[in-house]
Ligand binder design. Structure first.
Ligand code: ADE
Length: 236
């Protein structure tokens, strides 16, 4: 998978993706992250990539010419061209899965007040928001997209089951996890997890997932695939 990142702040990508699983995926050649500096595609002496808004208003707007030229230099094939913007489609695990099935994606990092609408209209095919809050720029959202897509690629995360059984992937929030020691500062690990009864453990985990989802994300319950047993427990 090749990620083409188009940004006014390429230095933002130098460190954050260089540890743990994403760094290993780069080393193994499972992913490539090409970071292009949009300012390299400006044509004036000052490297002007943003300008005032037509119609007035606070904040600068990213100019279309350098962004189009940077995208055209990156890849000619038909690949998803994401624009990070609070006005985009919400990033969900389903969208991450869809993006992971593409051989390459381009990510245009919006910045300042936003980008000229012609970038959204004529270049980006997927405006994406990572949540209902406003950040100073699209660089962190781009890294989040790269991270979430990378861990779905074959061979990147140790076992396929750990990806398939993930929080959210199953439609529910993840159950609690424990490791050694069995007792820590008076806090104990639930007895059932030490019992070796796999059916009981599965049942306990399922119920904890249901409880957590009901408490923190009840909206997910309307789309999660629930058994009759699950429904009885929730009604319980
Ligand atoms: N740029 C600023 N805020 C953003 C958000 N929530 N998602 C994606 N890009 C953004």
């Amino acid at each position: 998978m090749r990620f083409h990142v188009l940004t006014l702040f390429p230095e933002a990508f130098a460190q954050p993706l260089q540890f743990s699983i994403v760094a290993r995926a780069v080393q193994r050649g499972q992913i490539n992250i090409d970071v292009a500096d949009i300012r390299d595609y400006t044509h004036d002496a000052h490297g002007t990539a943003d300008d005032y808004q037509f119609g007035g208003g606070h904040g600068m707007v990213m100019k279309p010419e350098p962004v189009f030229e940077a995208a055209e230099a990156a890849e000619r094939a038909q690949i998803p061209v994401i624009l990070t913007t609070p006005q985009g489609e919400l990033l969900t695990q389903k969208l991450v899965e869809e993006l992971a099935s593409s051989p390459a994606i381009a990510i245009i990092c919006g910045h300042y007040a936003g980008v000229d609408e012609r970038i959204a209209e004529g270049l980006a095919t997927r405006p994406v928001s990572i949540g209902d809050y406003v950040l100073t720029g699209g660089e962190l959202p781009a890294m989040i997209i790269i991270d979430a897509v990378t861990r779905l690629l074959p061979g990147v995360v140790g076992s396929p089951e750990s990806v398939a059984g993930d929080s959210i992937t199953t439609g529910l929030l993840q159950h609690p996890l424990y490791t050694r020691p069995a007792e820590f500062r008076g806090m104990t690990v639930p007895e059932v997890l030490l019992s070796g009864h796999h059916a009981e453990i599965d049942r306990w985990r399922r119920r904890k997932s249901l409880e957590r989802t009901l408490e923190h994300r009840p909206d997910l319950l309307s789309t999660a695939s629930l058994t009759n047993d699950d429904r009885r427990y929730l009604a319980g």
